[in-house]
Design a protein around this ligand. Structure first.
Ligand SMILES: [Fe+2]
Length: 301
């Protein structure tokens, strides 16, 4: 029996082609057609595969679940001076949260936006002043902002079950996507990272994704617009900032209007309250019931 072995599976990153594209592959420059899959291999070169062969050869695996030890290991890397996380490491940090998303296109979108997060996001505390936020989110270099985001998403997943806000299935998934990156540029864009919270980080983030060509055509226009609105309005009524030197108060973000936007701001707000310490070992399960979406006919009435 000991001669019978099974070859270990190889995990690859694969992308479904939505628009015909010419690319460099293992066999030189080739065209990938709509429906083909590209197996990404930065060292040996990409492989283009038609859908039928791809289905036979590959199957999806769940993203790695984040466990605390894994998290601490990543944090250690950051502290040791390797400040730059790879896109794969960033995704691993949110493996659990991305897996809450049920719709495949939104999940793919969520993976893409998480890859765009600056590395500092995974290191800094949730606020520079330390006035708000629970203990776990306040330690310097403790990854508090990342943990705050994890908790805001826990709030969302629990919130879906209460049904106090009217959200469609797509909006539920999209709210997770918004929360994943809502504070993504809290200290400004990566290149110009300041030491302190950028009061207009909601607008910085919305602008960043709106102008990002890798991101801005992944979702249908109306959904992308909804995503941007959720981002820009996540701070709720706390949308002004006062300059302590000049004492001038200015508006730095928009206020939420729709149930979707209010829901997001509530998830964020609750996560930021000092009294809400979290037991991270207690899992949050997404098991809200899928509601039948109203058909267009119903909504027209
Ligand atoms: Fe937040």
């Amino acid at each position: 029996m000991e001669f019978i072995k099974i070859r270990k599976p190889i995990i690859v990153e694969a992308i479904e082609i939505k628009k015909e594209v010419v690319m460099n592959t293992k066999n030189g420059e080739m065209t990938a057609q709509v429906g083909d899959w590209v197996i990404v291999d930065k060292k040996k070169g990409n492989i283009i595969m038609d859908a039928e062969k791809f289905e036979k050869t590959y199957e999806s695996v769940d993203l790695p679940k984040r466990v605390l030890s894994e998290y601490e290991k990543k944090l250690e890397t950051i502290k040791n001076g390797e400040k730059i996380l790879t896109p794969e490491q960033k995704i691993a940090m949110f493996g659990t949260e991305i897996n809450y998303i049920r719709n495949d296109s939104i999940k793919e979108f969520a993976i893409a936006i998480v890859k765009e997060l600056p590395s500092y996001f995974f290191e800094i505390p949730a606020s520079s002043g330390g006035k708000y936020h629970p203990e776990y989110a306040r330690k310097p270099s403790g990854g508090g902002l990342h943990l705050h985001t994890v908790v805001a998403i826990k709030n969302a997943v629990e919130g879906f079950k209460s049904e106090t806000r009217e959200l469609s299935e797509i909006q539920k998934d999209l709210s997770i996507a918004v929360l994943l990156v809502h504070d993504g540029f809290k200290s400004g864009l990566a290149e110009e990272q300041g030491k302190f919270t950028a009061p207009d980080h909601a607008m910085i983030s919305a602008k960043f994704f709106k102008e990002n060509e890798k991101i801005n055509n992944m979702l249908p226009e109306d959904l992308f617009e909804m995503f941007l609105r959720g981002l820009a309005r996540h701070m709720g009524k706390w949308n002004t900032a006062t300059d302590f030197n000049t004492n001038i108060t200015r508006v730095v973000a928009k206020v939420p209007e729709t149930d979707f936007e209010i829901f997001i701001s509530e998830c964020d707000y609750t996560a930021s309250r000092k009294h809400n310490e979290v037991n991270f070992d207690e899992p949050t399960i997404r098991d809200d019931v899928v509601k039948e979406e109203k058909s267009e006919k119903d909504t027209e009435k």
